[in-house]
Write a protein that binds this ligand. Structure first.
Ligand code: GLN
Length: 454
């Protein structure tokens, strides 16, 4: 049924870069056969899922939204891919994304943008717009995204779906094509909080193949989602971050947020205002740290090891081939990030840019620590605006970057954060998201609040 649905709507939505019809049907049959034979099956046996094209899938195309990896068939599965398969999940295909996960609209995909199912002239968010749009268009009940600066939560907010960035290190990065390794975090996307929790527990947990994977028990998110469903938040202290308001925020989004806070109070939560002064510097710090790490990570695309190779006709040096390949293989936003990153890391500028950004990162972690000493979770709008029009911000990178104003602090500090649908804006009738943030390894706290709020 989901493959049929994809056939009907994906021509217009373009959530998928690759639909793996054969693989999906084979995986579904395997589950059917196991059930028929009375064998045990995994916890999500037979449930279809859409996988962001940033995860390696053995023998199935993995492009990361880039021409650079066109035609590449990975020889191995990412840990996330492997855990999904072990749980009996049916992977329908790979979803569209901004190239190398750099963007907030999927317009940076080398294969054309994804459209928001709520309004096909608008963006579905990014970088994981395909994973969010697939849920909103009922092409899949579950999907996976990655969140380096908001790429799970912002698409979730603008498509009216649930998007979770687990604690950094909670889900393995092995086989996840790296953008900014100290920030990249995979997580679940779904249409309900409980669905997200069920998927979360399947993909999370220690992985010796990822040196930054946390060796600790997975937070009990399913139990928390079930507990929250009773709608009682008495005893829960919620902090409203005062920095996330003012210029650049749509009045409709702010009114929706006020209504969300009132509802949390109604559910029994105690709400207080919390100031996190360093959050004002999160965006500039992120746009130094993420490009710096990207410039280093993307050095591996050297025309020798992966993907396309341009100009290798026997007359050119390896360096010339590398240069021609990178010129043809990377899109403009990726080139911009590599240039910013190499500049920020170069001697003479390192302390002023990268070094300062790292100090800001520490201050942001301290703001979170101080806040979580008095509250259980923090809340804010997920994004300053609802889905903008396709093409509206492509000429203005700074405007594009501002889509992640509220989401970036949680990435810099490494704690858990999620977006839960919060109704429609009274300004334009488009979905708005409520962001809930929790301390590292306390992911279950935000699931409880989200399930009560939902
Ligand atoms: N929009 C942000 C960026 O372009 C975040 C991307 C992400 O989370 N992958 O860097």
């Amino acid at each position: 049924a989901h493959l049929d649905r994809i056939g009907e709507v994906d021509g217009a939505v373009h959530a998928f870069l690759h639909v793996d019809t054969e693989g999906a049907l084979a995986a579904a049959k395997k589950v059917d056969d196991a059930v028929a034979a009375g064998e045990a099956v995994g916890p999500l046996a037979g449930v279809p899922l859409a996988l962001k094209d940033v995860f390696t899938t053995e023998g199935v195309p993995t492009t990361v939204g880039s021409r650079m990896l066109e035609g590449w068939l990975p020889p191995y599965d990412a840990t996330v891919t492997r855990r999904l398969k072990e749980a009996g999940v049916v992977i329908l295909g790979k979803t569209n994304m901004d190239e190398f996960a750099m963007g907030s609209s999927t317009e940076n995909s080398a294969y054309g943008p994804t459209r928001n199912p709520w309004d096909l002239d608008r963006i579905p968010g990014g970088s994981g717009g395909g994973s969010a749009a697939a849920l909103a268009a009922f092409e899949a009940p579950l999907s996976i995204g990655t969140d380096t600066g908001g790429s799970i939560r912002q698409p979730g907010a603008v498509t009216g779906t649930v998007g979770v960035k687990p604690t950094y290190g909670g889900v393995s990065r092995y086989g996840l094509v790296a953008f900014s390794s100290s920030l990249d975090q995979a997580g679940p996307c779904a249409r309900t909080v409980l669905d997200a929790a069920l998927l979360h527990e399947v993909i999370a947990g220690h992985d010796p193949l990822d040196s930054t994977s946390i060796d600790a028990p997975v937070p009990p998110v399913v139990a928390a989602a079930r507990e929250g469903a009773n709608g009682d938040l008495s005893g829960v202290r919620v902090g409203v971050v005062t920095q996330f308001a003012g210029e650049g925020y749509q009045p409709g989004v702010l009114r929706s947020f006020e209504a969300a806070v009132a509802r949390l109070k109604q559910l029994g939560a105690e709400v207080v205002e919390v100031s996190c002064p360093s959050f004002d510097y999160a965006l500039p710090a992120y746009y130094l740290i993420a490009p710096s790490e990207a410039s280093s990570n993307l050095a591996r695309f050297d025309a020798m090891r992966y993907g396309i190779r341009v100009g290798d006709d026997g007359t050119r040096s390896a360096e010339e081939v590398m240069s021609l390949t990178r010129e043809a293989g990377f899109g403009p936003e990726v080139k911009r990030r590599i240039m910013i990153g190499t500049y920020a890391l170069s001697s003479g500028y390192y302390d002023a840019y990268y070094g300062s950004a790292q100090k800001v990162r520490t201050l942001i972690s301290r703001d979170f620590e101080a806040a979580f000493a008095t509250v259980d979770v923090l809340v804010s709008p997920t994004t300053p605006t609802t889905a903008f029009r396709i093409g509206e911000r492509t000429g203005d990178p700074m405007a594009m970057y501002r889509a992640d104003l509220c989401t970036i602090p949680a990435n810099l500090a490494g704690n858990a954060a999620m977006s839960v649908p919060s109704g429609l804006s009274d300004e334009d009738g488009l979905p708005v998201g409520l962001q809930i943030m929790a301390p590292a390894l306390q992911d279950h706290r935000m699931y409880r609040v989200a399930a009560a709020y939902e």
